[in-house]
Design a protein around this ligand. Structure first.
Ligand code: SF4
Length: 264
């Protein structure tokens, strides 16, 4: 067990530019664990880069932590699965979703996922119970995908896209794409627009890494939107508001999709 002050699997609510007051659920928790190791990750360098599915935190601990928040009458607009890594690696995700539905039936449940695990039937079966699924696409070709997302072995951009298309066959709710743009990946418009059109999401969130890259793992990084850090961080190269506007305009024209920019 690590020594962080924050020993809770439920954090926030954090103010999300898209979803309002979002209460974070962390089914990974103990160390940063993800099937990606994105160059911009707010958690810093991922400690365990893996595709291993297992129970990382007991379901009951998450439900107990949530109950504390609910009992305190915390104002919440939405529950969001995210936290210390990739939430779909948690083999008990389906049970957690059901438990939270029972405790808070009126709260919408969303997930932020890197979409690497959607080829697993068990993951799709869990995700179809959610109200919105936000998948990550940061690159338009395999080479850039390897450099930006630095995935666990065996994961490719092509496997991510085919997983999303598999999910779409069984999920009627909203699938949104979230893309992190930096100067290293903001140029391949045509290829990126083609991927967007293939997936045909209900919206595309155009983002840029406004939070710096921590040089060590801190559980507090999960929900720190205040940009206050008492540990070493490195600023990341972001795209400018003008560049974001240009990308938004070009993508809207090329795809006809709803493009939402963090700079709006
Ligand atoms: S997918 Fe999310 S948690 Fe995983 S490395 Fe990328 S930004 Fe971090």
């Amino acid at each position: 067990m690590s020594n962080f002050v924050n020993s809770k699997t439920v954090y926030g609510p954090v103010k999300s530019w898209r979803f309002g007051l979002s209460l974070g659920i962390d089914p990974i928790f103990e160390t940063s664990t993800c099937s990606f190791n994105c160059v911009y990750c707010q958690l810093g360098h991922i400690q365990d880069i893996t595709s291993l599915h297992k129970e990382y935190v007991p379901t009951q601990k998450i439900l107990d932590d949530l109950k504390e928040k609910l009992d305190a009458n915390t104002e919440i607009d939405v529950i969001t699965y995210s936290g210390s890594g990739e939430p779909t690696l948690a083999s008990n995700l389906s049970d957690i979703i059901d438990g939270i539905r029972t405790l808070a039936p009126t709260l919408p449940q969303y997930i932020l996922t890197n979409a690497t695990e959607l080829h697993h039937q068990s993951v799709r079966d869990a995700l179809v119970k959610l109200d919105k699924i936000i998948v990550k696409i940061d690159a338009a070709d395999e080479e850039l995908f390897s450099r930006v997302n630095r995935p666990a072995s065996g994961i490719t951009l092509s496997s991510v896209i085919s997983g999303i298309l598999e999910l779409k066959k069984v999920y009627d709710g909203d699938i949104e794409i979230q893309s992190m743009f930096m100067p290293m990946n903001d140029k391949e418009f045509d290829e990126y627009a083609a991927i967007l059109k293939k997936i045909n999401p209900s919206a595309v969130q155009l983002n840029t890494p406004k939070r710096p890259y921590p040089l060590s793992w801190h559980r507090e990084n999960r929900g720190n939107h205040e940009a206050i850090f008492d540990y070493e961080v490195r600023e990341l190269k972001v795209i400018s508001p003008e560049r974001a506007k240009e990308i938004e305009t070009r993508l809207t024209k090329a795809t006809g999709l709803t493009i939402l920019s963090v700079y709006r």
